[in-house]
Design a protein around this ligand. Structure first.
Ligand SMILES: Nc1ncnc2c1ncn2[C@@H]1O[C@H](COP(=O)(O)OP(=O)(O)OP(=O)(O)O)[C@@H](O)[C@H]1O
Ligand SMILES: [Mg+2]
Length: 389
């Protein structure tokens, strides 16, 4: 794709703001020879010096970079050279940048810049540098996450999704590789390269099967039907399933047609069938509800799914008598109704839930988890829980 075509296509897409600003920022340059991005060298035409590779997906390559003048570190995501001619991918990176610039949230990676490399005109994004690892890497390292860790991550990811959905977008590629667990305990959504306006919002409506990852695609995406926020909840259900069970429901299936059939027609076994740790029945049911074939049978929204987390967390956690007296609302989870906001009759359950979620967040940040009941035994192979303080 040429710079001129990129700019023309950006102009044709009616669904994002700041079209004119984006066009002028992405002014065309001539040249088509790609130079691989190498350690110690500048990304062509940018002030960013490559420090090390961070990751590579089907669409882009991501590097840690340092600003030549300011010394500030960031992550630079550029379209893979091999994808330069693949229709639509350059615009996807530009759209990703502009969606992130518009929907800023603590649980979404932040974008700092969008431009074109000067040698071949590949688009690149400069993103905040996240310290930690994506959930695929985390799972590869430890095998399975404890239930409390998984719920603490789910709570944060659902908040990021809720912000994205409120702004009218569907991510459409929620998967372990695109969710990042920072060393400070924050979880962030990455890679909005497949994001689209949701069906029902302004614009053309999200297309179904055109982009996404087959293993984590919702049935309606497989069918090419319009998708909305509930497709992301399905994909998140698969992520949570794999986090607690160490495998997905359809991991035995290697063939694409059979995988499609499974997503459309096969009822997944509950995660507890495969999990090497005890899974509460309520957690099984919560995850399976996200995995319903018909979007109408899933949670109606990310907020609705998140609203059930306190009830899942409360039985995992027994506060000390001193903690039980402390009704300070959780800063971690504003989604949890504050005890006083629920009315005069503050229930002990609400207090316990808020305390429990705050503790889980603190545990993630500190590299340990609090209040794991003995019935759960030791969390299976989970350094988040077992790391010493
Ligand atoms: N801001 C960041 N800070 C640190 N690491 C990052 C950052 N962004 C991405 N990464 C790492 O790079 C990997 C690839 O990034 P990303 O998913 O955005 O690329 P992609 O090519 O669009 O992927 P896909 O194949 O899913 O389309 C991520 O899984 C993550 O490990
Ligand atoms: Mg990715």
């Amino acid at each position: 794709m040429t710079n001129a075509a990129l700019c023309a296509n950006l102009h044709e897409r009616p669904t994002l703001p700041d079209e004119d600003a984006a066009r002028s920022a992405l002014s065309p340059r001539s040249s088509a020879r790609s130079t691989p991005l190498r350690r110690g060298e500048r990304a062509p035409g940018t002030p960013w010096i490559v420090v090390r590779p961070l990751g590579k997906g089907g669409v882009g390559e991501v590097f840690e970079v340092e600003h030549a003048l300011l010394g500030r570190r960031a992550a630079l995501k550029a379209l893979l050279p091999a994808n330069t001619e693949r229709r639509g991918l350059a615009e996807r990176i530009a759209d990703e940048g502009r969606i992130l610039a518009r929907v800023r949230h603590d649980n979404l990676v932040d974008v700092l810049d969008l431009g074109l490399l000067s040698d071949d005109g590949r688009p690149y994004l400069v993103l905040e540098l996240l310290e930690g690892r994506d959930l695929r890497a985390e799972l590869g390292r430890i095998g399975v996450l404890s239930v409390p860790s998984t719920l603490a991550i789910a709570s944060q990811i659902l908040r990021g999704l809720a912000a994205l959905h409120r702004a009218g977008f569907v991510h459409r590629d929620i998967k372990l590789e695109n969710l990042f667990l920072c060393d400070d305990g924050r979880a962030k959504i990455l890679d909005l390269g497949a994001a689209e306006p949701a069906s029902g919002s302004e614009g053309p409506g999200a297309r179904g099967a055109s982009l996404g990852t087959p293993r984590t695609m919702a049935p309606e995406q497989f069918e090419g039907k319009p998708v909305d926020a509930r497709a992301d909840l399905y994909a998140l259900g698969l992520v949570l399933y794999e986090l607690v069970a160490g495998r997905g429901p359809f991991d035995d299936i290697k063939d694409l047609d059979a995988l499609r059939f499974a997503h459309l027609d096969r009822t997944p076994a509950p995660p507890s069938w495969f999990a090497p740790q005890p899974i509460p029945a309520a957690l099984d049911a919560w995850i399976l509800r996200a995995l319903e074939k018909d979007p109408d049978d899933r949670f109606a929204s990310a907020e609705a799914m998140a609203a059930e987390i306190p009830a899942l967390v409360a039985p995992l956690y027994t506060p000390t008598p001193r903690e039980a007296e402390d009704t300070t609302p959780s800063a971690f989870s504003p989604d949890v109704p504050r005890p006083r906001e629920r009315g005069v009759d503050t229930t002990r359950r609400a207090v316990v839930s808020a305390l429990a979620i705050a503790s889980l967040a603190a545990g993630l940040a500190a590299g340990r988890l609090l209040g794991l009941p003995s019935s759960f035994g030791r969390p299976v192979n989970d350094p988040i829980a077992s790391r010493s303080v």
